[in-house]
Design a protein around this ligand. Structure first.
Ligand code: PXG
Length: 466
């Protein structure tokens, strides 16, 4: 196929004339011009200037099966020609939406007595978390406890960008714009040992203490006023914050003690990312609601939703009365057909198992090597999600001064050398496609080490090391 060359400058000019990008300083972007991505295959993405990048972020934590999967395009094409759209309001349904709901119910493991037999659809993670807030409050209303409205979340968590999503999220920059959080949403600290552990405290001791912040908050708000606690199994956008092993069991004990709903936001962690179908399996806790989006279609088409556990579904269904909530695209037939084809690939290629038993442990061993780099305080991974802390002094665990943006310097080296790795402050993070071969992992790790070397040289020259 002969591709028509793309006029980068022209696209950039049109981009800055007409396209307001998410989470972007518009003036800054207009002054430099956006990078124009034009095509992708497997784990690589190309820009309009012909540069190739190894995409260690799977797009934005979503392209779990890799790029260029013809089966997904075929599924979309076939469904568009069969039934491109019909709504699921007014006592109507469609075949792919039903089949996908049944498939998700089959894949979601029972933990203890709880299982997930029902799905509520949306088109994104943000919308799904809005649905969670609506559903959790409706649940308590139907049980005659309408005062249970408060949702407890965590600082530095990410739950989306709508009014409820951004309120649930614990990003101060987002709260600062638009009068957030909305009422009845409150936050506790995150289980980040490196930042919040006390001198002499082990990671395991810290994990229990951090979970204890939930109990303190419940008592402060009044147990009878709390509807739910929402958390990501591992905080993704916050910088891949992996909780100590003691954290989730203690959270489970606390939510059980006070009877509050547990919402597991698995927009990033589900569909193989941690080596299981769902993240709660990895940590062994029992959520009542599970948010999903992104990798349910490997990002090929927007789709999100909430897995509704039996505890909540039973009340919503048996008590009756209309749930006044839903979206035009709830159960979109094309998105659901693509999701079915995507889950089929994941099952056939055993991607969750592969990450859990094979390539995940291999990546973890590579990260042990990375942790020995002089710029790196710690490098840890869980499944196919990993984070690296860049430090000014490795022995004394001393961070760089705020504002030096060492993470951004490292990210710049990565881009110039054909690697997409994110910087969250001075934490470098990756979440690569689950299809990566050992050779591709080696290629990624060599690039990471090379870019860490370049960054180390830079900060040394600038005299920023201690
Ligand atoms: N929950 C979690 C855990 C997420 O990671 C959302 C909800 C919202 O999903 P939608 O589909 O509405 O975007 C997300 C999204 C980043 C970044 O900088 C992460 C996300 C979105 C945008 C940027 O890492 N995650």
């Amino acid at each position: 196929m002969i591709m028509k060359p793309i006029d980068t400058a022209q696209i950039q000019a049109l981009d800055s004339a007409h396209f307001l990008h998410p989470f972007t300083d518009f003036r800054d972007l207009a002054s430099r011009g956006a990078r124009v991505m034009t095509r992708a295959e497997d784990i690589y993405v190309w820009d309009s200037e012909g540069n190739r990048f190894l995409d260690a972020m799977s797009g934005l934590w979503c392209v779990n099966v890799g790029y260029g999967r013809k089966e997904l395009a075929d599924a979309a094409h076939h469904q568009m020609m069969t039934l491109a759209y019909y709504n699921s309001f007014f006592q109507t349904t469609n075949v792919p939406a039903v089949q996908l709901a049944a498939k998700l119910a089959e894949l979601a493991p029972n933990v203890g007595e709880r299982s997930f037999q029902h799905v509520f659809y949306s088109s994104s993670g943000s919308e799904s978390n809005d649905s969670n807030v609506r559903m959790a409050r409706r649940y308590w209303d139907l049980l005659g406890q309408p005062q249970r409205k408060v949702i407890i979340s965590r600082l530095n968590s990410y739950h989306g960008s709508t009014m409820a999503g951004a309120s649930l999220g614990g990003m101060s920059g987002m709260h600062a714009q638009g009068d957030l959080p909305i009422p009845n949403i409150t936050h506790i600290g995150q289980p980040y040992y490196f930042e919040n552990g006390l001198p002499g405290e082990s990671a395991l001791e810290f994990g229990s203490r951090a979970a204890g912040w939930l109990e303190s908050k419940i008592l402060q708000v009044g147990a009878g006023n709390v509807a739910a606690f929402i958390a990501e199994p591992i905080q993704g956008a916050g910088g891949v914050i992996i909780p100590p092993a003691t954290y989730w069991p203690e959270i489970q004990r606390i939510v059980d003690k006070y009877g509050i709903l547990l919402i597991s936001d698995e927009v990033i962690c589900a569909f193989g990312r941690l080596g299981n179908w769902f993240g709660y399996e990895k940590f062994g806790y029992k959520p009542d609601l599970v948010t999903f989006a992104k990798a349910v279609t490997s990002g090929y088409i927007p789709l999100g939703g909430v897995m509704v556990g039996d505890r909540v579904a039973k009340v919503l269904i048996e008590k009756g009365g209309e749930f006044n909530h839903g979206y035009t695209y709830s159960g979109h037939p094309v998105a659901c057909a693509v999701a079915l084809a995507n889950l089929d690939i994941m099952e056939r290629e055993r991607l969750p198992q592969r990450v859990g038993n094979e390539v995940g442990p291999y990546l973890a061993r590579c990260f042990e090597d990375i942790s020995r780099h002089p710029l790196v305080g710690s490098a840890e991974s869980c499944g196919f999600m990993a984070g690296i802390i860049l430090l000014r002094n490795k022995e004394r665990s001393e961070p760089f001064a705020e504002g030096l943006s060492v993470g951004m310097i490292c990210r710049g080296h990565c881009l110039r050398n054909g690697l997409i790795m994110r910087a969250v402050g001075d934490r470098m993070i990756i979440a690569p496609p689950l299809t990566m071969t050992h050779i591709q992992i080696d290629e990624m790790v060599s690039l990471i080490l090379y870019c860490l070397d370049l960054t180390y040289q830079d900060v040394k020259t600038k005299g920023w090391l201690a």
